[in-house]
Ligand binder design. Sequence first.
Ligand code: X8Z
Ligand code: ZN
Length: 609
Amino acid sequence: MKRIFLTGFAAAFLFSCSSPQRDGAAMATVSAAETEIQQKAQEFLATYAQKYQELYTASVEAEWQSNTKIVEGDSTNAVATRRANEALAAFTGSEFNINHTRELLKHEEHLTPLQKKQLEEILYTAANNPQTIPDVVKRRIKAETEQTEKLYGFDYKIFTQKVTTNDIDNILRTEKDLKKRQAAWESSKEVGKSLRTGILNLRQLRNETVQNLGFDDYFTYQASEYGMTRQEMMDLMKKINKELHPLYRELHTYARYELAKKYGVKEVPDMLPAHWLPNRWGQDWSAMVNVQGMDLDAALKSKEPKWLVEQAERFYVSLGFPGLPRSFYEKSSLYPLPPNAGYKKNNHASAWHVDLENDVRCLMSVEPNADWYETTHHELGHIYYYMTYTNPDVPVLLREGANRAYHEAIGSLMGLAAMQKPFLVELNLVDANAKTDEVQTLLKEALSYVTFIPFATGVMSEWEHDFYAKNLPADQLNKRWWELARQYQGMVPPTVRGEEFTDATTKTHINDDPAQYYDYALSYVILFQLHDHISRNILKQDPHATNYYGSKEVGEFLKSIMYPGASADWRQMLKDKTGEELSARAMVDYFQPLMDYLKAQNKGRKYTI
Ligand code: X8Z
Ligand code: ZN
């Protein structure tokens, strides 16, 4: 995920609220009022932004420490993080800032669009930290820090053997023995037991904070950043899922039969057992298929992890983006810790814009395999987005994506492009003469991108929706999780998972990126729209076999999307850039050639979703 820490100001800025005059010399009066309001807004924004940037930087720096050095029994980082986050919250949520912003927004017709956007951003941020209820905000900050420490400080074990999440992922990708698979899968879910009380507490605190400024619940709050209601967001999720369902249904049928064969199980189950799939949550099944001549895991095995990061950088540079600042390599945490480090770090990939200027960092645990190859491209997408909107035209407060999904889409788009054959040939990761099967290649892609949709639109989004907006009862957390997994993914756990487990919380985002997982579903939709446009209209290549490498025109196109950050209107942007509204059309079209193949493979097989 990209990291945004939302969380106030007490400068003696006095705002006199004079309403525009409606008499006599109308024109002159209005424009004078306009100038006055704009000037006041500008002063307020400048003072706010300066303090904001200072406190934000301190908070992110502290969070960085907390996420890269988790020492059991040592609360130094946690205490420092709590303090820094409290200071940022006290400023962004201060009554003074809220009231002044509201006052200024009363005159929105006199404000410039950029001012209006910044003021709205201030209010949005304030809602997460209202100082009308400082104790609630403080308790939430404390609970968040504790939850992060529990999640990433957890000791994963398979029987008595200590393992990392990378180890578990490797087992799930390659192991054929179902008993070993189940043991690895179950070990990955143990952490959930210790996160249950924390997530219930966080629900209450997150809801309570945003309700203070008038949002129904935390899910509604997060959806509002898109200019959408909770219901609109859920309707959009349903729509996307429905459009991809025919394809998912084929993949589901295919996977049940193929995996049963692979594991030597005679009776094909109606629902996919979770431990059969090559991913802890069943969100990405691509490791199921090995395309002959395109074995990226094998090609990357002998590379140093560093090569993967530098290669991703070379790709961006080839499009005309600058090289990464030296500080990126000095300050990032890119590789797994040695087992004897004596401390732990966050095991999920993220990208950080530490000071909203040039201090950009990644937190990863890169190993030389296809998954991390894709992820390095994803994370550098965030980094290049940060670097591109850090420019004099984008005020500090709008240094964000056109929306959150755009931020996720850029890097995933580059990840997709970096996996296509002509590009891999250019990198010598695939032999130019290798005959590769296009259908298998497309199948492998579908097992990554399409299988993700029911997980993101359905399981994750509905669970968080019910959790935050419907007050999902505490004794039904796991029940609901698995109901949704069955309904959307057609997936069941290997054994009954009672309420002693809290399997949802094993997904890191549930804890530290709450009520926003639909960002990723939307990002996939957007990325296929962008890819479709780039391949057809810029590169004039088949979208299934592109090579973006070295195309400055593609770079210019991407930069034009990234440059304005959140000062742009995201819907308008999509229309201007692709000629289309947000739509799964491009994604469905991309995978259409696979339907015939899958239908033929699945002929005579029983469909169960
Ligand atoms: O969390 C991520 C990125 C970090 S922004 C690695 N992703 C989602 C996930 O892993 O669940 C990328 C796609 C989905
Ligand atoms: Zn991301």
